[in-house]
Ligand binder design. Structure first.
Ligand SMILES: Cc1cc2nc3c(=O)[nH]c(=O)nc-3n(C[C@H](O)[C@H](O)[C@H](O)COP(=O)(O)OP(=O)(O)OC[C@H]3O[C@@H](n4cnc5c(N)ncnc54)[C@H](O)[C@@H]3O)c2cc1C
Length: 351
């Protein structure tokens, strides 16, 4: 069924819980509804935004276009082998619940992506990743409705053009509506404890309550504990998690920053044949750490602040307005640029 609303309130559907409205809001709960869409609304003459749960979306004000909110549910094991299960999951399923389902069933591959708020359909858009795992590690294929061609398309992993917090769906915003995805999870234990940071490694956390060999439930529990310390409770406070991406820098830029910030961790880029040239992308550096160095950890201006535990996490305390959030994050950007000569790029979708 397709439902169309005018002046729809979005306060419960955006990361910062802002009291904004959409001029037109369309919800659909069956795949066949999509093919009727172009007959019912003119998708070509207004801006279109596809909205899941809104945890990676910041509305600068009322949205003067059409919001499409697909609402298709369902989880199904579609194929099994001795070592793997292939699971097809519809876009409106809750990501956190889906990870719990996998962990409960001892299916390995997404347990490090525990406690990332949002819908399953948004996960491929920025190729969600955390603690050494990314969605692309397990994604086999997905289906999306192409608004321009008015038809469904299948995307294999390679078609999705995944990279760090990026995909074709992020670059061609508003064109593809993901309706379901298929992941391949391992029945054989396959754990990834590689992640380590100044905010605590997985192994350090595991040692506090368990001992090897660690189960998939142990891993999910360790990551849940780390994340609960790092992020504010998003049910209570408005937050989109990390507001900015970790910058990608050249070797020359890295060396300059390391002169200023001693011991700065960095993550060399994988699969990039650029290591030898000092002016080519070389490594990802932690924006949170660098913001902390210039006084942005736990900073607060009026109703907006950064988390006391992670300077990259912007939080709305109370009734922050879109302007307050925008002023605050632009100040973060300009002070970062002044200090390090590098531009911070928002991870959050600013609409
Ligand atoms: C506390 C907190 C912690 C977080 N930690 C992480 C983390 O560790 N790693 C990480 O990667 N992210 C993290 N995030 C970001 C966020 O959880 C993810 O981006 C998540 O996928 C957002 O899902 P959503 O449904 O709320 O997306 P929305 O905000 O609704 O949408 C996000 C983007 O996806 C598009 N989109 C949504 N649904 C569809 C669809 N069906 N088809 C096509 N496009 C669609 C939107 O147009 C938009 O571009 C965190 C956020 C919070 C609040």
């Amino acid at each position: 069924m397709i439902r169309i609303y005018k002046d729809f309130p979005l306060a419960k559907k955006n990361a910062f819980k802002l009291d904004v409205k959409a001029y037109c809001f369309v919800s659909l709960n069956q795949k066949k509804d999509f093919l009727r869409l172009p007959k019912l609304i003119d998708l070509k003459s207004s801006p279109v935004y596809i909205l899941g749960q809104g945890y990676n979306t910041f509305f600068k004000g009322d949205f003067q276009g059409i919001i499409i909110h697909p609402n298709i549910k369902g989880v199904k094991i579609v194929k099994e082998s001795k070592n793997f299960s292939w699971i097809k999951v519809a876009q409106a399923e809750d990501w956190i619940k889906f990870v719990k389902f996998a962990v409960r069933n001892n299916l390995y591959g997404i347990e490090n992506l525990t406690l990332i708020p949002g819908s399953v359909g948004a996960a491929p858009v920025q190729n969600i990743s955390a603690y050494g795992q990314s969605l692309e590690d397990t994604l086999v294929s997905l289906t999306a409705y192409d608004i321009i061609e008015n038809r469904f398309k299948k995307f294999n992993k390679r078609d999705c053009q995944f990279s760090y917090r990026d995909s074709i769906f992020k670059r061609e915003k508003g064109r593809y509506i993901i309706t379901d995805l298929t992941v391949r999870l391992s029945k054989k234990p396959k754990i990834n404890l590689s992640y380590n940071s100044r905010y605590g490694g997985i192994t350090d956390e595991l040692k506090k309550f368990s001992h090897p060999p660690y189960s998939i439930q142990d891993i999910a529990r360790a990551i849940t504990r780390i994340r609960k310390r790092k992020f504010p409770d998003w049910k209570k406070y408005g937050t989109a998690g990390s507001f900015f991406l970790n910058p990608i820098v050249t070797k020359r830029q890295l060396l300059e920053i390391q002169k200023r910030v001693k011991g700065l961790e960095y993550f060399p880029l994988e699969n990039e044949n650029t290591r030898s040239r000092p002016d080519q992308p070389y490594a990802k550096i932690p924006a949170g750490w660098l913001l902390e160095e210039i006084g942005w950890k736990g900073k607060r201006i009026k109703n907006v602040g950064t988390s006391p535990n992670q300077a990259l996490v912007v939080v709305s305390y109370g009734n922050a307005t879109p302007d307050e959030i925008q002023d605050f994050t632009q100040k973060m950007q300009s002070e970062f640029q002044k200090a390090y000569k590098i531009k911070l790029i928002p991870e959050v979708n600013i609409v």
